[in-house]
Ligand binder design. Structure first.
Ligand SMILES: [Zn+2]
Length: 397
């Protein structure tokens, strides 16, 4: 660099420093347009980044209280009786356990819970026996399970026979087929069992023949498959739960799982599938629409994706109105105090309210203010059509 250029550069920096100081700032790091500020700093004026003068709190400790004053409508009870199609109530084999769940269900206006514990054989029959011996047998229905271990040439026929036996015992479908199917379940040779493995076809065909739905959880939130860096909106969750890190070398990609799942939907048009968790497309409702439009044999369930609906209440409202015949309420994890968040997002027009788990979503939720007819469909009417073995009488018209 020539002497005159050095002098010029010095002069420019002195002028910038003076200008910044005049605005009350302590210098700063310049960035070019479109460039991000360095870690630990924030853009205070266009092109200038600055670090706070005190150490910044971590994302765990920054809990600002909101000063927004706005109407609040807490909804402890659903407006219409609801069916939770994605129930995980735990062990329901004793009268005491059943009584406790019923008390919670009554407090929430949950009329029926579909027990989706993916159990087969003896555990299924003991659950059904306990429910049928209780005074509440019309408050529960039970889904059977599928054992995806040891898939080989004769697996399909055996699985279909087990399904038939479980339905005879009183199950009304299968589910929730868990996330490990596709992600981690292996075949006897150690290779990953693909969701669209042709050796599973006899089972999918059996669902069509027996006219019951297959409720399956395929893949996981998209971010679980992405690098766990500070751009990842599920960073905290990935950090808390090592088993959710589907981003490790050699692991199957999100898109691959979705492709395999869609291959199954396409290959078995007479089989009715329920894609758990909105098929993990609640963050991309155009994609969810595409899935539902392409596969009339698919319905979706809204468990554990409330944070995506509540951050796009207008688009979600339109989506629910358009696809109310294809969407069912489901909660997934059985936490009694979390259900009212669903009722509030679905039923009210409340704005900017807290979600129940920071590690899912550190943003706020907004209500979708769904019309009554849509609420009725999502809470029970759609489920009654999809799961024909649900108690069909006694529902409001
Ligand atoms: Zn699930």
């Amino acid at each position: 660099m020539s002497k005159s250029r050095i002098v010029l550069a010095l002069l420019v920096s002195v002028i910038i420093t003076a200008a910044v100081t005049a605005q009350g700032m302590r210098g700063g790091t310049p960035v070019a347009p479109g460039q991000e500020c360095p870690p630990g700093t924030t853009e205070v004026r266009p092109g200038t980044c600055q670090a706070p003068s005190e150490p910044a709190p971590s994302i765990l400790d920054y809990r600002p209280r909101t000063t927004l004053v706005t109407a609040e409508h807490k909804v402890p009870k659903a407006k219409f009786p609801a069916i939770d199609v994605h129930g995980h109530p735990g062990n329901l084999t004793t009268a005491d356990a059943i009584d406790k769940i019923i008390a919670v269900m009554d407090s929430l206006n949950l009329k029926v819970m579909l027990v989706a514990e993916n159990v087969s054989g003896a555990r299924l029959t003991s659950t059904l026996a306990a429910i049928n011996a209780s005074p509440y047998k019309e408050r529960f229905r039970v889904l059977a399970g599928v054992d995806f271990r040891n898939v080989g040439p004769d697996w399909g026929a055996k699985a279909a026979a087990q399904l038939e036996a479980d339905l005879k015992a009183g199950a009304i479908g299968v589910g929730e087929v868990g996330k490990q199917f596709g992600l981690r379940t292996t075949k006897p040779d150690g290779s990953r069992l693909k969701v669209d493995d042709p050796q599973l076809d006899p089972l999918w065909e059996a669902f069509a023949r027996l006219d019951v739905p297959a409720f399956i959880h395929t893949a996981e939130p998209q971010e679980f498959f992405q690098p766990q860096d500070f751009k990842n909106e599920r960073w905290l969750e990935l950090s808390l739960f090592a088993d959710r890190r589907n981003n490790q070398p050699g692991q199957v990609a999100f898109e691959q799982l979705i492709t395999e799942r869609n291959n199954v939907f396409r290959k078995h048009p007479k089989t009715r599938f329920v894609a758990a968790h909105f098929g993990w497309h609640a963050n991309d409702l155009a994609r969810a629409s595409k899935m539902l439009d392409e596969f009339p044999n698919v319905t979706i369930e809204a468990g554990a994706i409330l944070y995506d609906l509540g951050r796009q209440p207008r688009a979600a409202r339109e989506f629910f109105i358009k696809y109310a015949d294809r969407i069912m309420f489901g909660k997934d994890s059985f936490q009694p105090n979390e259900y009212p968040y669903y009722w509030r997002v679905f039923e009210t027009a409340d704005e900017y309210f807290d979600y129940y788990r920071d590690y899912h979503a550190f943003w706020k939720l907004y209500g979708m203010s769904l019309p009554d007819e849509v609420l009725k469909k999502v809470y029970y009417k759609t489920a009654l059509k999809v799961f024909k073995g649900l108690p069909q009488t006694g529902w409001p018209q």
